[in-house]
Every structure is written in structure tokens, then in C-alpha cells.
Design a protein around this ligand. Structure first.
Ligand code: THU
Length: 132
């Protein structure tokens, strides 16, 4: 699957909007994620931190929860933070792989430049369990 440049732009834009809603008073590192579903819908998430740091939920996982709630199947995710080419953490890669191992991961290198990688590239030989 290949994402059209206009779709990449829209996803980055939605992820940036989500980033502006992040609750990150401890790290001061807001992150936004936008998931494109198979049916064209887009679901967003931001990181939500907690005073008990380990309870923090990443932007990607909050976007996954929104997509699951809507019964949507993720095909791509864009991630935006105040760092170029921000990639999902290992835990989020595993959570994303749960729903589509061929997911495309879009990052922003500069305002004009984006990068698209496959989740398989980022998490080769992912753990998987047969569904009961
Ligand atoms: N964070 C994300 O939201 N996504 C990632 O993939 C990496 C890290 C958040 C968690 C925490 O609120 C802040 O970024 C700093 O680690």
C-alpha cells in the first residue's frame, strides 16, 4: 500500500492538532498521533501523563483505543512531537502490531519532509499469539 502525498499531509496535520491537546506537564514533551483506518476515517490521540509516571499513556496507544472503539482497522499512523522523525516507542510498536503488522508509520523530518516506514521494519519478528 502506498499513501498519497495529500493523505500523508492530512495525517501529519491531524497528529499536530492532537499534539496540541497533549497532557504532558512532567516531560513537557507533547506527542500527537493520527491513525488512518481502512475505511478512510482518522482517529487521533495525544499522550496523557500521570503523577505516577508509569501510568502515562502514549499518543499512539490512545489513538489505537479510539480506532478500536469505532470498530476501525488501522492502516497507517502519523506521529508528531517536538523532535524530528519521532518514532513510536517499543511498547507502542507492539500495540500497533496487534492490529496490523503491515501498518505504515509516517513521521515528520522537517516541516516539508516526511518519512514513511513499515511497522515490519520497525518491529521485525514481532511477538504474536494465536487468538483463542
Ligand atoms: N511518548 C508518546 O506519546 N509516544 C511515543 O512513542 C514516545 C513517548 C510520550 C510519553 C511521555 O508522555 C512523553 O512522550 C515523554 O516520554
Amino acid at each position: 500500500m502506498k499513501l498519497a502525498p495529500v493523505v500523508i499531509r492530512q495525517l501529519i496535520e491531524k497528529a499536530s492538532e492532537a499534539k496540541s491537546k497533549a497532557y504532558a506537564p512532567y516531560s513537557r514533551f507533547p506527542v500527537g498521533a493520527a491513525i488512518l483506518a481502512e475505511d478512510g476515517r482518522v482517529f487521533t490521540g495525544c499522550n496523557v501523563e500521570n503523577a505516577s509516571f508509569g501510568l502515562t499513556v502514549c499518543a499512539e496507544r490512545n489513538a489505537v483505543a479510539a480506532a478500536v472503539l469505532a470498530g476501525a482497522r488501522p492502516v497507517a499512523v502519523a506521529i508528531v512531537g517536538n523532535q524530528h522523525d519521532l518514532l513510536p516507542c517499543g511498547a507502542c510498536r507492539q500495540v500497533l502490531a496487534e492490529f496490523n503488522q503491515d501498518l505504515l508509520v509516517v513521521t515528520q523530518k522537517t516541516n516539508a519532509e516526511t518519512e514513511v516506514r513499515s511497522l515490519r521494519q520497525l518491529l521485525p519478528a514481532a511477538f504474536a499469539l494465536e487468538k483463542a
